[in-house]
Design a binder for this molecule. Sequence first.
Ligand code: GLY
Length: 562
Amino acid sequence: MQSDEVREKFLKFFERKGHKIMPSSSLVPESDPSVLFTTAGMQQFKAYYMRPEDAPAKNVVSVQKCVRTSDIDEVGDDTHLTFFEMLGNFSFGGYGRREAITYAYEFITKELELDISYVTVYKGEGIVPRDAESYNIWKELGMQDIREDGKDVFWGPTGDSGPCGPTTEIYCKNANGQDVEIWNIVFNEYFCDGSREKLDKGEANLKKLDVLGIDTGMGLERLVTIVQKKKSFYETDLFDSIVVKIKELSTTQDSKAERIVAEHIRSAVFLITDGVVPGNEGRGYILRRVLRRAVRFSDNLGIPKNNLSKLAEVVVSQYKSNYDITNNLVMSEINKEEEKFKETLEKGMKEFKKGIDPFTLATTYGFPIELTEELAKEEGRMIDRGDYEEKMKEHQKLSQTASVGMFKGGLANHEPNTIKLHTAHHLLLAALQEKFGKQVKQRGSNINEERLRMDFVFDRKITDEEKKEIENRVNEWISAGLPVIRHEMPLEEAEKLGAEMEFGAKYPPIVSVYKIMHASGPVSIEFCGGPHVTNTNEIGHFKIQKEEASSQGIRRIKAVLG
Ligand code: GLY
C-alpha cells in the first residue's frame, strides 16, 4: 500500500464516521505563539477543547505537517525525523473513549490489516484517576496485552498552557521485530495552566475541562514503514525518489549521510514554504541548522555544489499534490544558504582540523557551536561547552562596552541587520580609501536596521561611475566570504598596524580591533568595539542610496542592504 493510499484511507475512514476533513495548518503556529513550530495535529484546534462551541464541526480529521527538532542529532537512525506528517482525528464533545478506541482498533486491524502487539492505558497518578474505562473497552475488543503506565501515557499540554490528559497508545511490530508506538489517543480532560515541564515539576495545576475532548496522533512515516514492512522510513515510498536522487549525485556511499540529507531537505522545503527563512535566531536559526547539516553531509557524500535545490525539486514534485509548495522561493533560499555555508565550511573545516577552539571557530569562522560539537563527537572527542559559553559571554560583554565607548555616533541597536550594516560600513570605508587614497577619513557615522550613514573627508561630488565602482568593490568583498576577526591588543600595536581610528576619539591602553581578512592581506583594519558579522557573506547585497555634501569638505553616503 502506497503512502498516498494510507493518507486517503485515513481521511475517508473518519469522514464516513462523521468527521469534517480539515487542511493541515502552517508549520508556524498562528494560534499558539508559545511554541516555535507545529508539533502535533491538535495545535490548530487547541482552543476548541476549552470552547467547543467555536469549532467548525464537533468531529474533525486532518493530516498535519509537523516539525520537532529537539532530537535533530539523532536523525539518520531508524526512529527520528525532524519533519513528519501526523494523521489525527479530533472531537470536541462529539464522542468519548468508546468511539475513539473502537475507531482506532477498526482502522488498524480492518482497514490496514495490521496486528496490534499491545496497548497502554493510564494507571492513575495524583488527581488523575486510573483509566479503567479505556482498559475495559480494550478488554471487550479482545486485546490480550494491556499495559498500565504513568507519565509516558499522559499527553500535553503543548506550549505554555493548554488541554492535556491521559492517553492510550497502540503498538505494532516493525520489520525488525520491535514493537513501535504508532498511535496515541489522548483524552483531553484537563486544562493545565503551565507548560509540561512545570506540570512534571509540580509547578502547574490541572483543572477539569467541561467537555471531554479527543485528540489523536499517528505519525505517517512510522505507520507507512510498518504497512510496507520496511526496516526504516528511508526504504518507504515517502523517501524513495529523494534517496535515488541523492545516490545519483553522490560520489561516495554513506547511508547515514544519505538519510540525513534526505530528511533535512524535506524539512527545509516545508519550512521555507511556510515562510521561515534561514536566520540567526528562533525559527530561522533552526532552519539554518537543518540546511547547514544538509550541506555538510552532502559534502561528505561528494555531492557537488548547487545540487541541494535539485534534491528539493524532487521533494516538491512528490508532495505538490498534497500540499501547496512555493517552488521558486524554496529553490532560491536553499541555493543562497548552500552557497553561503559551503565556503564557511571549507575554511572552518581546515581550522577545526588544526584543533582551533570552538570559540574562535564560532566568532572568526562562523562555525555554529552545535556544528563544532557534532564534528568533535564524530571524532570521539568532547568539547568544553562551559568554556565556550564563558568566552562567548565575555566576548559579548566586551563588544558591548567597547562599542559604547569607542564608536561615536555608532549603532542604534544590535539587531542583526544593524550588525550587517556595521560590517558593510567598514567595507565601504575600505573601498573609498582604496579608490581615493588613505586621506579619505571617516568623520561620523550612524547605523540602524535600515541604513548606514557615513560622513567622510572628501572635497567633491562622487560621480555615478565612481559610486558604481565602490558599490561593486564592496559587493565583491561580501561575496568573497571574508572572515571578520576581532583582536585585542595594546593601543600602540594597533596604531602600528595602521588601524583606522575615529577622529578625535580617546582610546584606552588595550583596544579592540576588527580586521576583515582577504587571502592577499587585510581589506580593513579598524579600531572598533563591534559587534560585527563573523563572515562578510552574511551581509547581503550592498547598495549606495545617496551621496551628498554634509558640510564644507565633508561628504555623506547613505547605503542600504537588499
Ligand atoms: N496530540 C497527540 C500526539 O501528538 O500524539
